[in-house]
Design a protein around this ligand. Structure first.
Ligand SMILES: O=c1ccn([C@@H]2O[C@H](COP(=O)(O)OP(=O)(O)O[C@H]3O[C@H](CO)[C@@H](O)[C@H](O)[C@H]3O)[C@@H](O)[C@H]2O)c(=O)[nH]1
Ligand SMILES: [Mn+2]
Length: 735
């Protein structure tokens, strides 16, 4: 084989049509400059009416233009990747490295144990030598129910894994698989399918029953000594480390029903004490890194959230094609797969598929050195995650994961390793700082990925045809907004932190990637311009004052051109990414809602925190279940407002201001003004206001027309009506 020509394990291709896109972007840029020129040229002189509002518009337009420029980093230079798994098998099948898979869960109520074990089973069944695969579940709730479910899963795995391999099952999450085949049954496997399905249903009944009565069956304590570790447990925030190796892959007796080896399976609930900060998911991951280093020490680590089941059984091999490539593999620190979701409705009411991010933007980042680490569906080199710097000299060596490296029996090991997951272990160490995932940021993933890239490493974005992971997206508006608040707040904190992509990263990563990071880190600061633009021009309609060029003026053209071509392009991009027209319209609405609520609060909180007025931000975990009624509305794509949130007050107030302004304008038209004059002088302003009213249609329904429990709570309705009316009245009469 030595004289073979080098055949890479992966290939990278530039996107087609880049040149065309660049011309198009150039024309928009000219349009933006003309808009700026219009504002500057027509700025009212000092003492003249409307000077301040004009300056505000100029500032907003400068911001929009600047931000648009940043978004070009995601589109300028896109690349696509392809792997050659057959070559990987030919060359390395017997030398594959160990892979440790970390699954994180934190609450048995909003992350039900059945969902968690489906994720665990899906990764245990990867198409990969089981003796080289180890799966670790971190349970931040320290729930004996989750442990019980996992112990059940360890038994079920003995049937499930051989079944998957025999019939080449996809996906390998039992729940998702059984759902997918309900209509099309293959007779050949029908009998075995019935058996395995029965086993699964029985297991599910046992687990759900235990969850319902809040108690485990008596006999489990006899079956597994692990349960005794809960004897000293007082609460989820106050307990010893609980560590249990449920399947020890090195034990010759750990075999599935066909007599094949099983992957190692470990349960870990790190110690929790009220006086120690636990650092949320980052803390959990670091405990896993340490504990796993003594059990399996896989060179590659895959991290998934507990709702993100593996949907593509060859994803591990895909990732290895990047790491093991002889020429380029040595510089790759992590391979990020897109975050996809299994519960997206056709027109994605909450825009939660994030399809433009995964189909467009991350390919753009990949062209400049690699995507962000987004916390799930990501393969890392263990040593990079622990802080190793990149060096050209280090050889890209993969230890063959041989068994029998470790002499000790699992049970002796457990007691010894618990200390690694104790609170005090990290005191006076670099964990959370130079080592492992970083602490103190609500998006531990992004900041960790950035610091890895700043150490000279590249990352890779791989987006295969068959989605590699499918998770659970938020199913209510409130959850969506809260999640985006956490993200935008975390990203904004990164910008202001010592790891800022704007300065720290300077010279360490490419300029394109710096801009790409800034684009996300500035999400929160978008709120100001968006608020201004969605309120002020409409209010000026009430006074009959025009803030945009007249129809007949040549300055009208750049405004119309930029607005129309940006909207048309975003529609095209959305459709091209697999969305629908209505989905795009919904996406525009969420664009506005995020900016005027999540980002606004994130912006305020971050500034307050920087000034020392606010303490650290918590990690609000996204709920993965909802009650039937809410779920039905989600299925029908009816927006859910049935929660009391200050964010809703902000949204409703803005929506109502625009409604009042439009009504006021119509009144004026009816009473005195000629339509022709309004058309001539205020067309752009009217169009903006009408668009805002149209996009807010579901909100008005929630305020005034709906009767179900998902409508806007009365208290919020009253508050926002009073607010909106006072704003409009004050504005009309105050001079
Ligand atoms: O104290 C905690 C809090 C959360 N988690 C786990 O972290 C994961 C992500 O939490 P989720 O509530 O689902 O947040 P998302 O917004 O969906 O998560 C995205 O954003 C997070 C950063 O904000 C990343 O950590 C995630 O990987 C990424 O998927 C889940 O598995 C949780 O169980 C913990 O283990 N411990
Ligand atoms: Mn999630």
């Amino acid at each position: 084989m030595g004289d073979d020509r080098y055949r890479p394990l992966f290939e990278t291709k530039r996107a087609k049509g880049t040149a065309l896109y660049r011309v198009f972007a150039g024309s928009i840029f000219i349009g933006i400059c003309l808009i700026w020129a219009f504002r500057v040229k027509h700025l009212p002189r000092e003492g003249e009416d409307g000077r301040w509002v004009w300056i505000g518009l100029l500032a907003a337009e400068l911001w929009f233009g600047f931000y648009w420029f940043l978004t070009q980093a995601h589109r300028w230079n896109q690349v696509y990747r392809r792997t050659f798994k057959d070559r990987l098998s030919q060359r390395y099948e017997n030398e594959l490295p160990g892979v440790d898979i970390f699954v994180c869960t934190a609450d048995p109520v909003i992350e039900p144990p059945m969902m968690v074990i489906n994720t665990v089973l899906s990764v245990m069944a990867y198409d990969y030598p089981p003796e080289k695969l180890s799966v670790y579940l971190s349970d931040d709730a320290g729930s004996h129910l989750t442990f019980y479910a996992l112990s059940e899963a360890s038994q079920f795995a003995k049937h499930w894994i051989p079944f998957c391999k025999k019939f080449n099952v996809e996906p390998r999450s039992p729940a998702a698989f059984f759902d997918s085949i309900s209509n099309s049954q293959d007779s050949k496997q029908a009998k075995e399918l019935a058996i395995i399905k029965k086993l699964y249903e029985d297991m599910k009944d046992r687990i759900e029953n235990a969850a319902k009565i809040g108690r485990l069956p008596e006999e489990v304590h006899l079956r597994h000594k692990g349960f005794s570790q809960w004897d000293s447990y007082s609460s989820r925030n106050d307990h010893n480390t609980i560590l249990q190796i449920l399947i020890d892959g090195k034990d010759p007796n750990a075999k599935d029903m066909e007599g094949c080896a099983l992957p190692t399976l470990v349960y870990l609930a790190r110690e929790k004490r009220p006086k120690y900060p636990h650092n949320f998911k980052a803390g959990a991951m670091n405990a896993l890194i340490r504990v796993s280093s003594e059990i399996s020490n896989g060179q590659i680590i895959l991290n998934v959230d507990c709702d993100m089941y593996a949907n593509n059984s060859v994803a591990v091999r895909d990732a290895l094609c990047f790491f093991m490539d002889e020429k380029k593999g040595h510089e790759i620190a992590y391979v990020q797969f897109p975050q996809n979701f299994g519960n997206i409705t056709k027109n994605e009411l909450y825009s939660s598929s994030m399809r433009v991010i995964s189909q467009v933007e991350f390919h753009g980042l990949d062209g400049y050195g690699g995507p962000l680490y987004v916390g799930t569906g990501c393969f890392h080199r263990r040593d990079t995650l622990c802080g190793r710097k990149f060096s050209r000299e280090t050889k890209n060596e993969f230890r063959i994961a041989t068994d029998r490296e470790r002499e000790e029996k699992a049970h002796a090991l457990e007691d010894k390793l618990k200390v690694l997951a104790n609170c005090a272990y990290e005191e006076n160490t670099e964990w959370g700082n130079e080592m492992g995932l970083k602490y103190g940021c609500p998006v531990e993933d992004v900041i960790t990925g950035l610091s890895i890239q700043c150490q000279g490493w590249k990352s890779v974005y791989f987006n295969p045809e068959r989605k590699a992971f499918l998770g659970v997206a938020p199913t209510t508006l409130a959850q969506t907004l809260v999640q985006h608040k956490r993200w935008s707040e975390g990203d904004f904190q990164i910008l202001l932190s010592k790891y800022s992509p704007a300065w720290y990263a300077n010279g360490k990563i490419s300029l394109g990637l710096q801009l790409g990071y800034c684009c996300y880190c500035l999400w929160a600061s978008n709120c100001l311009a968006a608020l201004y633009y969605s309120i002020i021009p409409s209010l000026y309609l009430l006074r009959g004052i025009s803030l945009f060029p007249e129809c007949s003026s040549p300055w009208f053209l750049p405004f119309a051109f930029v607005a129309i071509s940006k909207l048309a392009y975003s529609l095209a991009e959305f459709l091209w990414s697999g969305g629908t027209v209505l989905g795009w319209w919904n996406d525009q609405r969420i664009w506005l809602y995020k900016r005027t609520s999540s980002y606004l609060l994130a912006f305020i909180d971050t500034i307050a925190k920087t000034l020392g007025l606010n303490s650290d931000s918590a990690f609000v975990i996204t709920t993965k279940v909802s009650d039937q009624e809410v779920y039905n509305r989600y299925g029908k794509e009816i927006m859910e407002f049935g929660a009391s949130s200050p964010m809703f007050t902000a949204l409703a107030t803005i929506a109502l201001i625009n409604l009042v302004c439009l009504a006021g304008l119509m009144k004026n038209v009816a009473m005195e003004e000629s339509i022709a004059r309004i058309y001539e002088t205020m067309l752009l302003q009217v169009v903006l206001c009408v668009m805002l009213v149209l996009i807010n249609w579901p909100l008005y329904q929630g305020l005034f027309l709906r009767k179900d429990n998902g409508k806007m709570p009365n208290s919020i309705a009253i508050k926002s009506i009073v607010l909106a009316l006072s704003v409009c009245t004050c504005f009309t009469f105050w001079t």
